[in-house]
Design a binder for this molecule. Structure first.
Ligand code: ME8
Length: 629
């Protein structure tokens, strides 16, 4: 039984690359557990209470709930577009969550872990976190996010975090719950330096869960982190012993390193206080930057996951994020690195291998692949492949997803290199047909085994591979092909290339096209259009302008013989003599301009087609000066 969670994301802003990263890791793990045949439950959702959300909503003249509804839906829509396989989309404004948080607060209170006092210290709204003066950075900024903090003095209830210090340390030691393992020491040092009791209610704003009624203290709302962490339990309908209650304790809470402290210190203490078992693992990944800098709206360097997916496709995006950085390390988003991964790994290693196998089997054996001679000829390759797959499984169990992918691609390289090494086309020529067919079967089996293990990361592409080799991506094939090392016969059908090579960056292009469209198409009213006068004109004369490669000078004739001189930047595309005596369309009520020393009275219209300009003219001859509209 495996229950895994992403953080529930704050609704103060729309989803970005970092949110997509955590969610895609969780999705990959959930798909892997399901492939293994584990009963799996995958939760994601949104964190909607607290001062930060209240402020974000009021800045947009919205009520916190309305605002939360809107952004929460944006997150959900994005995950649906990305086909994230979550089972529960949880929100902290859901009633069953509110009920559970109140019940847990009461239980902590009854267990004498909560007392009333006064909090005086600093608060970072962006991190929703308390700090003492000595913890702050220069100019009293937040040590975690660097933003300004507020000095707060207010009545507050406290949780006896200090009481749990030794128990938390013991948990780290005995259960070894922190992944990657090297993050454990940082936590041990932090906890050993002394845990202070934690303020768990606020009175200076309203947007949060009120205290349980029995406590009759209406001016307090529960601290947003206590509220948010309990989503992991409330979503299982724990209080009512709902059908998902059996999933607790969680197998893994996936988080970014920014919120490890909350999950690995506060959360176990809260759980111990209410007598609930602790999660098995808390896995913290690193931080994504853009060209080495923290992403922020003010710098304008925020990577929007949807834009990357629109430009490169979901599968390439998933692969890049998971493959590029070791789990736990920081990573930098670099478009060229993404392109390199697509071209050299997805297209060259994976896509090519499939088309080679399909091609060879069609040529040599009427699309039928038989595994009967693989052991005879390629025992050492089979052994090597087996080792790579075993390593891959060990790595993904430890959430070392980049290493798991690395091992799978080693197996793909092994297949590709075997083709170059044994040259099946020469084997056929030399009448070693049996060996040639065994080689194709070796490659097909390696690809099928890899495909099964790769399917949690590249679900769509692996479906295509499975279809081309005619087998199913399911648990029994996982057991047979991957765990039991079986070999299969296959029958191939041709399929489209899996990944097209990328010649030049698509992202800037996609973004700038979008910008262009946005900037150049403001909506206008019909009266605005009425201000524009466009007419058909006859080109009486046309010539190049000395010293200008771009410009042509036109003498145009409108109604009643009216003459005009207009300059137009189309010299690269038309010869002047070809245009004389043709009709063009002219914007006639444009203010006169001086270009290259010539007066230009109007603008000749042309369509932009790629890098070219194409003149626009009426489909048949019309009277000069005819109005267009
Ligand atoms: O912390 N790189 O929500 P949040 C990598 N509501 N991951 C990043 C990232 C980046 N640049 N930016 C964000 C909260 N993330 C709380 C959680 S859980 C009970 C409450 C990811 O919207 C990463 O997973 O600030 C990080 O932990 C999370 O988004 C923070 O999301």
């Amino acid at each position: 039984m495996r229950y895994l969670t992403t953080p529930i994301y704050y609704v103060n802003d729309v989803p970005h690359l970092g949110h997509a990263y955590t969610t895609i890791i969780a999705d990959t793990l959930a798909r892997f557990y399901r492939l293994q045949g584990e009963e799996t439950l995958f939760l994601t959702g949104t964190d909607e209470h607290g001062q930060k959300i209240e402020q974000a909503a009021s800045q947009r003249n919205s009520s916190p709930k309305e605002y939360a509804d809107k952004i929460s839906l944006e997150f959900k829509k994005l995950w649906d577009k990305f086909e994230i396989s979550y089972d529960i989309y949880a929100r902290t404004t859901d009633q069953r969550h509110i009920d559970l948080v109140k019940a847990m607060f009461l239980k902590m209170f009854e267990n004498e872990d909560i007392y009333k006092g006064e909090y005086e210290g600093h608060y970072c709204i962006s991190c929703e976190s308390f700090f003492t003066k000595t913890q702050l950075h220069v100019n009293e900024t937040c040590p975690d996010c660097g933003k300004a903090t507020n000095l707060v003095k207010e009545e507050s209830y406290f949780f006896k975090l200090s009481k749990y210090q030794e128990k938390i340390l013991k948990w780290y030691e005995e259960a070894d719950p922190i992944l990657p393992k090297n993050k454990k020491n940082e936590l041990i040092n932090f906890v050993q330096s002394g845990l202070k009791d934690l303020s768990i209610t606020r009175t200076s704003f309203d947007w949060g869960i009120k205290l349980p009624q029995n406590l009759q203290d209406d001016k307090h709302v529960i601290y947003v982190w206590l509220d948010a962490l309990f989503i992991y339990v409330s979503s299982l309908d724990y209080l009512n012993s709902g059908k998902n209650a059996k999933f607790w304790p969680a197998h893994i809470h996936l988080v970014g390193k920014d919120i490890l402290k909350f999950h690995a210190i506060y959360w176990p203490a809260f759980l111990m206080s209410v007598d609930l078992p602790l999660p098995k693992f808390i896995a913290a990944h690193g931080w994504w930057t853009k060209d080495g800098e923290k992403m922020s709206k003010s710098k304008g360097n925020v990577i929007k996951p949807k834009e990357v997916v629109d430009a490169y496709g979901m599968e390439a995006f998933r692969y890049f994020l998971l493959r590029e950085v070791p789990f736990g390390n920081d990573g930098d988003f670099n478009e060229q690195a993404l392109i390199n991964r697509i071209n050299s790994e997805l297209s060259n290693e994976l896509g090519n291998l499939l088309s080679r196998i399909v091609g060879m089997s069609a040529k040599y054996s009427d699309n039928k692949i038989s595994c009967k001679d693989i052991h005879t000829f390629f025992q050492s390759e089979l052994e090597l492949c087996k080792e790579y797959l075993k390593n891959a499984i060990n790595h993904i169990e430890q959430v070392q997803i980049n290493k798991y992918l690395e091992e799978l691609f080693k197996a793909l390289s092994l297949a590709n290199l075997s083709i170059s090494k044994y040259e099946p086309w020469n084997l056929i020529k030399n009448q070693e047909t049996q060996k040639a067919n065994a080689l194709v079967a070796l490659c097909a089996n390696i690809l099928a085994k890899v495909c099964i293990l790769l399917s949690p990361t590249l679900p769509k592409s692996c479906e295509k591979i499975a279809k081309a080799l005619n087998f199913e991506l399911n648990t029994s094939n996982y057991v047979n092909l991957v765990l039991n090392d079986d070999l299969y016969d296959f029958e191939t059908t041709s399929c489209e290339p899996l990944f097209i090579k990328i010649e030049k960056p698509l992202l800037a292009q996609a973004v700038s096209i979008e910008k262009e469209i946005k900037q150049e198409s403001p909506k206008i009213k019909i009266d605005d259009f009425a201000k524009i006068e466009i007419k058909v004109a006859l080109v009486k004369n046309c010539e190049n302008i000395k010293g200008s490669e771009k410009l042509l000078r036109f003498d145009l004739e409108l109604e009643n013989g009216e003459q005009r001189q207009v300059l137009s930047g189309i010299a690269k595309f038309y010869k002047p003599q070809d245009l004389i005596n043709t009709q063009v369309c002219v914007l006639t009520n444009l203010k006169k301009a001086k270009i290259f020393g010539y007066e230009s009275d109007g603008m000749i219209l042309s369509a932009k087609s790629g890098d070219k300009l194409v003149l626009i003219s009426p489909k048949e001859l019309v009277q000069n000066g005819s109005l267009i509209g």
